[in-house]
Design a protein around this ligand. Structure first.
Ligand code: TYD
Length: 137
């Protein structure tokens, strides 16, 4: 999980059902995404200041701006790639071992995260130099 790169991440088109009652989108763990969903959390009422600034050793995630928009910059220690999430049917699949910065939240953004694991503080790398050393080791 250490040797992942930003190219292992991608935007997936979440299935949607549309009719004159509006849109309905669905994600089934292990079917639409390559992991079972153990946890869901979401960020909202985020002020100007950026969030993120950490990496995970094992956690896989699907990030969705269910409302509003946000920029997610992923960094594998060599390359960075920024993804703009601005539609409820666009999900960013984030593999483990990548530093992420979240910024440019538009007003009213809700960023939902489907996660492959329960919350574990030990899975986080919160110092950028520690992250670079982890990727090199
Ligand atoms: P934090 O990891 O700092 O947020 P960010 O993703 O922007 O870096 O999380 C904020 C607080 O929420 C922190 O005290 C840990 C807690 N938290 C949980 O208890 N469970 C969770 O699933 C998450 C994501 C956070």
């Amino acid at each position: 999980m250490k040797h992942t790169t930003v190219h292992d991440c991608r935007i997936i088109d979440i299935r949607k059902f549309t009719d004159n009652r509006g849109y309905l989108s669905v994600i089934e763990g292990g079917m639409d995404i390559p992991f079972e969903i153990k946890r869901i959390y979401y960020l909202y009422m985020v002020p100007e200041a950026a969030r993120g600034a950490h990496a995970h050793k094992q956690l896989q995630q699907l990030l969705i701006a269910t409302s509003g928009s946000v920029d997610i910059t992923l960094d594998d220690g060599r390359e960075k790639k920024t993804f703009h999430l601005d539609r409820p049917w666009k999900g960013l699949l984030v593999v483990p071992g990548l530093w992420r910065d979240l910024d440019n939240f538009s007003g009213g953004t809700v960023l939902m995260c489907l996660a492959s694991e329960h919350y574990e503080a030990e899975d986080y790398i919160r110092n950028y130099n520690d992250f670079l050393n982890y990727k090199k080791s």
